[in-house]
Design a protein around this ligand. Structure first.
Ligand SMILES: C[S@@+](CC[C@H](N)C(=O)[O-])C[C@H]1O[C@@H](n2cnc3c(N)ncnc32)[C@H](O)[C@@H]1O
Length: 252
C-alpha cells in the first residue's frame, strides 16, 4: 500500500518513542533528528527511513486509537476500553444509523463513524458550539467527518431522526432522553448510556424500565495492561481506576 500525500504516518523508533505526521508536509523536527516527510509520498508503508542524525525509524499506517493522540481534548472523553463495549452493546455495524449526545470532543463520534461507514451515519447532538467546533476539526483531521451530521441542539428537545438503530448518550441526564430515544429507535434498536456516577446509573435504569426498554444491563470495564520482559512479566503498576458505567438496553 502506497503512502498518499497528506495521509497520516506513524514514524516508529521504539516502544514509547514514535511520532505522528502527514506525508508530504515538509520536515519534522524530532529528538532523534529531522525527518523528511516529502520523501515518504508514494513509498510503501513498512519501509525504514533514517533521520539526518542517522537514527532509524519504521513508517507505519496509524490506527484510529493511535490517532487520538492528535485530537484536541476540550471535554472529558470516552476511553477506548469503554468505547469497544459501547459499540458491541449498541450493535453498531457498517450501515447503522446512530444518534449520539453529547458530541464533546468527538472521540466516541470518531469510532462510531469508523464503524458505520461507508453507508451509515452518525447524528451527533451537542449544546455547546465551542465543543462542536473542536469535534468537527478532530474528525476532519482523520477524514471521518463525512459520515457524521453534527447538530447544535439540546437532544432533550427532540431527536429529528426516526427508525434509528442505536441511541448513545454520554451526557449528565440521559433519563430526560428516555422517551424521545424510545420513539426514535426502530424496533430492536439499542440504547447505551455512559455515566460517571452510580447515582446516575440508578436513575437512568429506573427510567428506562418505566419507559419499556428491555434487557437492561449495567457494567463497568476494568482494564489492566502488562509490562512484558522475560522472567519479569507482570501488570503495570498504574491503571485507570475509574472512568464510568455503561448502561444498555433495547426497544422491544
Ligand atoms: C463528557 S462530554 C462527551 C464526550 C464525548 N463522548 C467524547 O468522547 O469526546 C459530554 C457532552 O455532552 C454535552 N451535553 C450535555 N447535555 C447535552 C444535551 N442535553 N444535548 C446535547 N449535548 C449535551 C456537553 O456539552 C458535553 O460536550
Amino acid at each position: 500500500m502506497l503512502i498518499k500525500r497528506s495521509s497520516w504516518v506513524l514514524l516508529y523508533f521504539k516502544e514509547n518513542r514514535f511520532y505522528l505526521a502527514r506525508a508530504g508536509e515538509g520536515k519534522l523536527n524530532t529528538n532523534e533528528g529531522i525527518i523528511d516527510l516529502d520523501s515518504l509520498v508514494n513509498k510503501s508503508y513498512g519501509i525504514k527511513g533514517k533521520t539526518h542524525l542517522g537514527l532509524e525509524y519504521i513508517v507505519s499506517k496509524p490506527d484510529l486509537i493511535t490517532l487520538f493522540k492528535i485530537f484536541k481534548r476540550k471535554t472529558q472523553v470516552v476511553y477506548p476500553k469503554d468505547i469497544g463495549t459501547i459499540v458491541l452493546l449498541a450493535d453498531i455495524c457498517p450501515g447503522s444509523l446512530v444518534v449520539e449526545a453529547g458530541t464533546g470532543s468527538g472521540f466516541l463520534t470518531a469510532i462510531l463513524a469508523n464503524f458505520v461507514k461507508p453507508s451509515g451515519k452518525v447524528f451527533t447532538y451537542e449544546v455547546r458550539r465551542e465543543f462542536q467546533e473542536v469535534a468537527i476539526k478532530n474528525l476532519t483531521m482523520v477524514g471521518l467527518e463525512r459520515y457524521v451530521e453534527f447538530k447544535l441542539k439540546d437532544i432533550r428537545k427532540g431527536i429529528d431522526e426516526k427508525e434509528v438503530d442505536a441511541v448513545i448518550l454520554d451526557m449528565p441526564d440521559p433519563w430526560n432522553v428516555a422517551d424521545i430515544a424510545f420513539s426514535s429507535l426502530r424496533s430492536g434498536g439499542k440504547i447505551v448510556c455512559f455515566l460517571p456516577t452510580i447515582n446516575q446509573v440508578e436513575r437512568v435504569v429506573e427510567t428506562l424500565k418505566e419507559r419499556g426498554f428491555i434487557m437492561i444491563e449495567v457494567r463497568e470495564i476494568l482494564e489492566r495492561t502488562y509490562k512484558v520482559k522475560r522472567g519479569e512479566t507482570r501488570p503495570e503498576v498504574f491503571m485507570i481506576g475509574h472512568t464510568g458505567y455503561i448502561v444498555s438496553g433495547g426497544k422491544p
